[in-house]
Design a protein around this ligand. Structure first.
Ligand SMILES: [Zn+2]
Length: 134
C-alpha cells in the first residue's frame, strides 16, 4: 500500500459512512463539480445529503454546477505554515459552502470577489472543491 490512497480507495472509505454522497466524490475525482438538487422542491443544497434540508423530501439528483460563486466571507490564517485562506463562498446556484481560496494573492482577497471552483486532490485521495479568483 502506498502512502497516498488511490481515489477509488478514498471514495470507498468515505462511502462506507456516507454512501449517499458517493456520486459527489466520484464526480470530483473525475474533475466535475456537482450539486445535490431536491427532486421535490428543485432547489440545490450544500453540504450534500440524502434528505433535502429545505423541504424534508427524501430524494435528490446530482446536477453539474457552474463552479462559479462569490466570496461571502474570508479569513487568512497568517500564522499557519504556509498561510492559507478559509472562506465561505456563495455559489451561483444559491448554496453557501465553507472552502479554501487557492492560487491567489492572499492580500487581495475581498468579500464579493468572483471565484471559480478549483478541484484539488488531497493526500487522503479525495478530490476536494476549493476556489480561486476568476
Ligand atoms: Zn426540497
Amino acid at each position: 500500500m502506498t502512502d497516498t490512497p488511490t481515489a477509488a480507495d478514498a471514495i470507498a472509505a468515505q462511502a462506507a459512512s456516507h454512501p449517499e454522497i458517493r456520486p459527489f466524490w466520484q464526480a470530483a475525482a473525475e474533475g466535475r463539480f456537482v450539486l445535490a438538487f431536491c427532486t421535490a422542491c428543485g432547489k440545490p443544497h450544500w453540504y450534500p445529503r440524502a434528505i433535502c434540508p429545505l423541504c424534508g423530501h427524501g430524494g435528490i439528483e446530482w446536477r453539474p454546477a457552474s463552479g462559479r460563486g462569490t466570496i461571502y466571507s474570508v479569513s487568512v490564517l497568517r500564522r499557519a505554515n504556509p498561510p492559507y485562506a478559509l472562506a465561505y463562498v456563495t455559489l451561483e446556484e444559491g448554496p453557501t459552502m465553507m472552502t479554501n481560496i487557492v492560487d491567489c494573492d492572499l492580500d487581495e482577497l475581498a468579500i464579493g470577489q468572483p471565484v471559480k471552483v478549483a478541484l484539488r486532490r488531497q493526500s487522503t485521495g479525495l478530490t476536494v472543491p476549493m476556489f480561486t479568483p476568476q
